[in-house]
Design a protein around this ligand. Structure first.
Ligand SMILES: *Cc1c(COP(=O)(O)O)cnc(C)c1O
Length: 361
């Protein structure tokens, strides 16, 4: 049996998509499956989320990959493209690059695509200052885009929140306002809400919502876990114990001797490390699940292994299953806090060396 394994629960994915529709019953859903579906295996996720109205990824290469996997739904490229060759590729693969720069609008005036781009989105910078043209520039850009034969006239307005995880923060309303104005002025569809806004800012749902993280059963909020929001965690990260042995009081464990046994200690070694994407920032901080208990990780996380203090788990033996996260007792949100990061990062960086195993329930 191969390990480590990231077990991907397809039924949980479908449940979470249904949960999105409960939160935003009047909006179409663009499911965000960038970065290999946040590390969950994009092909499996796209198939499980076939009920989505559209998909979004970041880059052209991700969109092409999905088409090659036989995914036929509309696919938005959230980062857009900047060259004629990439616009041609997008058109040929029926991908929808977001237009977020005036130079992209200009390029579309000068080239001739083999077929028109469909399901188009103009990205507006409503305050995050990452990607997008200003709300003031939007009417002119729309005029030019509508006149271009390189696009169908199916075009909507997109923007992105910088602070939607901070519920009630006035900056969210400040970002919503210009989008509502543009929607009134142009009559075009608006796509704004990411996961946090889907769950906490109903006024922002509008025509399309654009959730990522919640589809994977994970909470974007600091003070709530996925299950507390009615979501089901999709990824369970597991491995095995590959060694169990005893050390004396005073002996050190791992690189740098960062942990010293205060009493005679039974050490277990589990086969997972930062070379699998298990964060080195969890050194001496995290716990795992083993035989229903939570032994702590002791010493530094190595490339391929972690060491555990098994003093309270006498029965532990080589071959025992070790769960790193994804069970109710050990949500990935909790580990992210211990690692000083966000759960997005922990799941997204799980490497290909970790086998994805699909389950359905
Ligand atoms: C990643 C991303 C999303 C999804 O955000 P979540 O917080 O995961 O729901 C939506 N829109 C854009 C532009 C993104 O980059």
């Amino acid at each position: 049996m191969a390990f480590p394994v990231a077990s991907i629960n397809l039924a949980a994915l479908r449940h979470n998509l249904a949960r999105v529709r409960e939160f935003a019953p009047h909006s179409a859903v663009m499911s965000v499956i960038k970065a290999d579906a946040y590390g969950h295996d994009v092909k499996a996720v796209a198939e499980a989320l076939a009920d989505s109205d559209a998909f979004a990824v970041a880059r052209l290469s991700e969109g092409v990959h999905l088409r090659q996997q036989g995914i036929e739904k509309p696919i938005v490229l959230l980062e857009g493209v900047n060259t004629e060759a990439d616009f041609v590729a997008a058109a040929n693969y029926q991908l929808s690059p977001v237009i977020h720069l005036h130079s992209q609008v200009q390029l579309l005036q000068t080239i001739k695509l083999p077929k028109p781009l469909q399901f188009n989105w103009l990205m507006i910078d409503s305050g995050m200052h990452r990607l997008g043209i200003t709300p003031e520039q939007a009417p002119m850009a729309l005029e030019l885009l509508k006149a271009s034969t390189n696009l169908t006239d199916e075009i909507g307005l997109m923007s992105h929140f910088a602070n939607s995880d901070l519920v009630g923060d006035s900056r969210n309303q400040q970002q919503l306002s210009p989008m509502l104005d543009l929607r009134d002025e142009t009559g075009l569809a608006v796509c704004l809400a990411n996961s946090a806004a889907v769950m906490s800012f109903p006024e922002s749902h509008l025509d399309w919502v654009r959730p990522g993280l919640m589809l994977y059963g994970i909470s974007p909020f600091d003070d709530k876990s996925g299950p507390e929001l009615g979501l089901k965690p999709v990824m369970q990260l597991k491995t095995q114990l590959i060694a169990v042995y005893d050390i004396e009081a005073g002996e050190e464990v791992g690189y740098g001797g960062d942990w010293t046994a205060e009493v005679p200690t039974r050490i277990g070694v589990a086969s997972i490390g930062y070379g699998d994407g298990y964060s080195r920032h969890l050194s001496n901080k995290s716990v795992v699940l083993l035989r229903g208990q939570k032994p702590p990780v002791v010493g530094r996380v190595s490339m391929d292994t972690i060491c555990l203090n098994l003093n309270d788990i006498e029965q532990a033996v080589v071959g025992d299953e070790v769960t790193l996260w994804g069970l109710p007792e050990l949500p990935v949100e909790q580990l992210a806090q211990l690692a000083g990061t966000i759960p997005y990062e922990l799941v997204t960086v799980i490497c290909r060396r970790v086998q994805r195993e699909l389950s359905d329930g």
